[in-house]
Design a protein around this ligand. Sequence first.
Ligand code: ADP
Length: 202
Amino acid sequence: MSDTSASSLAPRLLIVGPQGSGKGTQGARIAELFGIPAISTGDVFRAHVRDQTELGAQVKSVIDAGDLVSDELTFALLRDRLSQGDTGTGFLLDGFPRNLAQLGLLDSFLAPRDEPLTAVIALDVPREVSISRLSERARIEGRADDTDEAIAKRLEIYERDTAPILEVYRDHGIVCAVDGVGELDAVTDRIVRALGERGITV
Ligand code: ADP
């Protein structure tokens, strides 16, 4: 029996890549093209810090040091966001899951709803490119966690804890690997093409 309900066709995407890979920028573009919300846990945390909420005060020093916020706190926030009505047509996650424990938490939320991720965009960029983009961003935006020390820590956490989640999704056969080096538009086109090859179209 073929299931053609809106939720089965809805793109449920995750974008993964090292810091400086452009995943935030590309994630926002892809979400816009597909008309789905981009959900970035980093953006949610930064908004709380900016607005000086209680949660913001709780996470500021952790984020500024380049460490991860606790899995439980981050997942509680994500679960609330995913429960909002606008995710019915799909969503694009950026920044969650970031380790195997978070992958399990996300799965425990999506599996009972029968709404697994449909594709994982893995943005590949060599380490030198990541680092040079991050130092450029530090110069322009002055993000508090773009100090040399915090960048090194975040890249180390990425290699150790985040990269392994791609192995799991590769086993599920849902990873689209995309070369993240090049003009913004060229990279966006590559992602759209890679998703199209899996039948995920705008
Ligand atoms: P980047 O990928 O450049 O490190 P993000 O914007 O994705 O930046 O995240 C910024 C910070 O927010 C992280 O370093 C971390 O402190 C916190 N954060 C974001 N997502 C998560 C998550 N899934 N689990 C724990 N902490 C997170």
